[in-house]
Design a protein around this ligand. Structure first.
Ligand code: FDA
Length: 313
């Protein structure tokens, strides 16, 4: 079984600045984007966060942005996260320690990792400031996974940060050949690892290309994490992967399920009612284009929904 033929086209479109201008400036796009991105401002995202917490779910908030090419933009991302962490203080959170209901997710490329020259050092310094503020606020931090050319650099930064912030989480992508090995490395005591399938367009030299191969890899990685001493975070909407996670026999309070905002809301609530930890990844901000195009690429039905809404206006 292979992936949908439109996937590479949509992922390539997600990298096109010209298309980004067209799609982002069309007022017709906004209602469809709203399904996946609950707002562009901090106030709007906090409303969505409150609703999710009220329903018994946890959250991971992502300030949208990636592939930052100037240091000022990286500083703006840092400031947005620091402001968000401060605003989290107003939320009615009852922490069932050691699980933290509030988490933020970071893309190191938004914090400057791809700046020429000292990108690694800039991103590390920015991430350190965010981790320190998050730690003081009782909020978890997890580092997102981007395209495969960034994986070694991101894991190096995570290793450095974990010396001071051992609860720092990291995302791994089952479609990469290397990920089983990374899972073995990361499955140590206290290590929080978010396992996803992977959302970028990757070559066959580094990534499995067929759905069956990616799913098989996901299940192998899941077993490694479930048998390890860390805290597995099962990030998927796929009923087969969710069933595989349940089959590992891992106690419900020592792992969590995670889904993206706007996707399979009823299933999220069902999992909570069955006694599981469920965290929803909630993106916000104005730079939603790349994120939105990856969501369209994942599911042709989302694209149909998007096109139909354009045609019927
Ligand atoms: P997949 O897309 O293969 O879908 C499998 C099945 O799930 C479908 O056949 C259907 O049954 C069901 N399903 C999926 N979407 C549905 C919908 N909208 N409605 C109903 N059923 C649906 N990627 C990355 O590269 N780096 C990252 O850092 C992250 N971070 C991240 C965090 C979290 C919390 C999540 C959930 C995901 C990510 N991802 C990610 C995205 C991830 O890599 C992947 O692209 C998407 O989760 C889609 O893959 P699924 O595992 O959901 O299954």
């Amino acid at each position: 079984m292979t992936t949908h033929p439109l996937r590479p086209v949509l992922l390539a479109a997600g990298r096109s600045p010209r298309l980004e201008r067209v799609v982002s400036t069309s007022r017709l796009t906004r209602p469809v984007v709203d399904r996946f991105v609950p707002g562009s401002t901090e106030t709007e995202v906090l409303t969505a966060v409150r609703d999710l917490l009220d329903s018994g779910r946890y959250v991971s908030v992502d300030h949208l942005g990636e592939d930052t090419t100037d240091a000022a933009a990286a500083t703006a991302t840092l400031d947005a996260y620091l402001s968000l962490l401060q605003a989290f203080g107003g939320l009615p959170v009852t922490s069932s320690a050691p699980i933290r209901p509030l988490e933020i997710s970071l893309k190191l490329s938004a914090l400057g990792s791809s700046l020429p020259g000292d990108g690694h050092a800039v991103a590390l310094a920015n991430a350190q400031k965010i981790c320190a503020a998050a730690d003081a606020a009782g909020v978890w931090v997890t580092v997102d996974a981007e395209d495969h050319t960034t994986t070694d650099g991101a894991l190096a930064i995570v290793r450095e940060l974990r010396r001071d912030f051992p609860s720092l989480g990291v995302v791994v992508q089952a479609y990469l050949h290397r990920t089983e090995h990374d899972c073995r490395d990361l499955a140590g005591p206290g290590s929080r690892v978010r396992l996803c399938k992977g959302a970028y367009r990757e070559p066959a030299s580094v990534a499995y290309q067929s759905t069956d191969e990616v799913d098989a890899s996901y299940e192998r990685c899941l077993r490694i994490l479930a048998e390890g001493e860390g805290y597995p975070m099962v990030a998927t909407h796929d009923p087969r992967m969710i069933a595989a996670a349940a089959r590992t026999g891992r106690p419900a309070d020592s792992m969590e399920y995670q889904m993206l905002y706007g996707i399979r809301d009823a299933e999220q609530q069902r999992l909570v009612e069955a006694g599981n930890h469920v965290r929803v990844y909630v993106p916000f901000g104005t730079q939603w284009y790349g994120y939105f195009m990856r969501r369209l690429a994942e599911r042709p039905a989302n694209l149909t929904f998007f096109l139909r809404s354009l045609l019927t206006r």
